[in-house]
Design a protein around this ligand. Structure first.
Ligand SMILES: N[C@@H](CCC(=O)N[C@@H](CS)C(=O)NCC(=O)O)C(=O)O
Length: 217
């Protein structure tokens, strides 16, 4: 199994978390999307050119973080953390929260980051709207976490793999400490071995960007 990814891409971090939670072996293939040659090579192999992408042992290409995670959860069903609950109703809720986190938080955070990137091009009305949507969604999560240990019950699932990389960015920009339940959740997420592995890889990549050994993503 090979994973094509970039350590600073949030959807790649989501899949890395899942792979480490599952204790699944894979060959890491880092794609430098901001390097034209590396991007061109990758696009020849996979024309949509998006990471993460999983190549299964049989050579099947699987895009989309949630689909990849569902695949590895079935493939390694006896190993590590169960990421899609067996109970159909819990599994449905897990898929729902995963979709909401990707669409209402991760993608909105991406738009927010883009607005912040070049201060002279910032659309301040748009930025305020994005901030409002993010805060509203963080409150929604805080309410869920009042009665739930992880996003969907007592165990870490696909939905947490989606949320944890978002909080890595949102914690500083959106003062997570102001949300009691999210703060507790973030503290417990940071104790996971899988999180520590992903964090180490992010820090290494950030250092390489800083010292110029890796292009800015
Ligand atoms: N819905 C996709 C999103 C994948 C995605 O947007 N990946 C970004 C990096 S986080 C990407 O490859 N961007 C490169 C590009 O759009 O050219 C998933 O869940 O995997």
């Amino acid at each position: 199994m090979e994973l094509f990814y970039h350590p600073l891409s949030r959807y790649s971090q989501k899949v890395l978390l899942a792979l480490y939670e599952k204790q699944a072996n894979f060959y890491p293939r880092v794609v430098e999307l901001s390097d034209p040659l590396s991007r061109q090579d990758f696009c020849q192999f996979y024309p949509p050119g998006k990471v993460p992408l999983l190549k299964s042992k049989k050579g099947v290409l699987l895009p989309e973080s949630s689909i990849i995670i569902e695949y590895i959860d079935n493939e390694f069903s006896k190993k590590g953390t169960r990421l899609l609950p067996i109970s159909p109703s819990l599994a449905l809720d897990t898929r729902l929260q995963d979709r909401l986190i990707d669409l209402e938080l991760s993608n909105v955070l991406f738009e927010y980051e883009q607005q912040k990137l070049n201060p002279e091009d910032t659309n301040h009305i748009k930025l305020k709207q994005l901030e409002k949507s993010i805060k509203r969604f963080l409150q929604y999560l805080d309410d869920i976490l009042e009665t739930s240990h992880w996003v969907c019950g007592d165990s870490l699932t696909l939905a947490d793999c989606a949320l944890i990389p978002c909080l890595l960015y949102a914690k500083d920009h959106f003062q997570i400490f102001k949300y009691d339940n999210l703060s507790r959740y973030w503290a417990q997420a940071q104790l996971r071995g899988a999180y520590l592995q992903v964090k180490e890889e992010i820090e290494l990549a950030e250092t390489e960007v800083l010292i110029g050994r890796r292009p800015i993503p």
